[in-house]
Design a protein around this ligand. Sequence first.
Ligand code: NAP
Length: 410
Amino acid sequence: MANASQGEKISFTPSHKIQVPSFPIIPFIEGDGTGPDIWAASQRVFDAAVKRAYAGKRGIVWKEVLAGEKAGKIKNDWLPQETLDIIKDHSVAIKGPLSTPVGGGHRSINVALRRLLDLYTCIRPIRYFTGVPSPMKRPDKVSIVVFRENTEDVYSGIEWKSGSDDAKKVIDFLNSQMSCRIRNSSGIGVKPMSPEGSKRLVKMAIEYAIRHRKPSVTIVHKGNIMKFTEGAFREWGYQVAKEEFAAQTISEDEVFEKYQGKAPEGKVVIKDRIADSMFQQALLRPEEYSVLATPNLNGDYLSDALTAQVGGLGISPGANVGDRAAVFEATHGTAPKYAGQDKINPGSVILSGVMMFEYLGWQEAGDSIIQAMQKTIEQKTVTYDFARQMEGAKEVRCSEFASRIIDNLT
Ligand code: NAP
């Protein structure tokens, strides 16, 4: 591994193209509960994969930043401003899970980072690893990347409590000025969705599909009911495809009208599905979908449902990405009952690192981890979560699972 003095910061060109030095400094948060176990295991895998792939010509210079319980203990602040500043300054970071104390008043780091860095897309790649226990007959048919809008929709946090003066004011306005009929006792939430917010999300999904030669991008929405938010999301999605990617994309309607239902070679098909239908399709015909572009709420539900189809939390990576920054993280929580037991599956953080390598353009390192993880699962040397459902499996510790992956790196 590179020594710290060799590290340099990642930067971006004015047109948002990432510039990655050979020895980038990457801040990490190890996380609470089981975080230290899974982070230690994952970091070893990352360093080994980079070493194998680039023979010392590249390396990550890790920089720990504090958040959560550890920051509380050392800095008396669960989310020090310094942590946010360092991540902002370095553009790319990776984190373990952080606990959210019930009734606690501190800021959520995910929300803080999303706002600070304008991380407007949550990306969740969902794929099957042969041998992973799954409730499905053919989980191998699922290979879908979800691009979920991260800043708008009912998650924008604009809400007024039932019975509050503010809720009453809003209800009064809506009933008296806008011909609405809302019960006076209602709580109220607002669902903003803008053309700018929707188009940049769909654009990122289409760019990904083109770059990775995926056959289609499906815009998911509930536009039959919510016409001016979800319905508009669909319209804006098709618009951005037409305005910015006319040469590389084709709409599903056009494929049927002009090409008898078979898309011309090399074109990404842009289609759309109503959210409830999409949930059915994900179970019945998952092989027909490769990239989904969704508003915030639908994407939240869909990505967890798809993850369950391929075996669940232990191998569920994610990333929050903007135009000039990205933060990678496991999508599960701190699993506190296993803290300090070197027990749980580090797969989600490891695969979040694979996403990070792809983002950096270090594809070889990412690919070698995927291949090694697949081999390790096929050898049935797995952590408790998989072992308890796999016949003939050998249960290994979190750290041992990482060591097996390292042994299997090519
Ligand atoms: P959780 O930590 O995700 O754990 C729930 C259960 O999921 C665990 O008991 C375990 O199941 C299984 N699990 C989770 N991660 C696993 C892994 N890597 N390998 C194997 N099994 C795994 O959810 P929670 O208990 O509801 O939340 C705990 C804390 O995490 C809370 O403070 C919550 O706020 C926080 N959280 C943080 C994030 C984040 O930082 N992104 C996300 C979600 C939750 P079994 O019991 O069946 O073994």
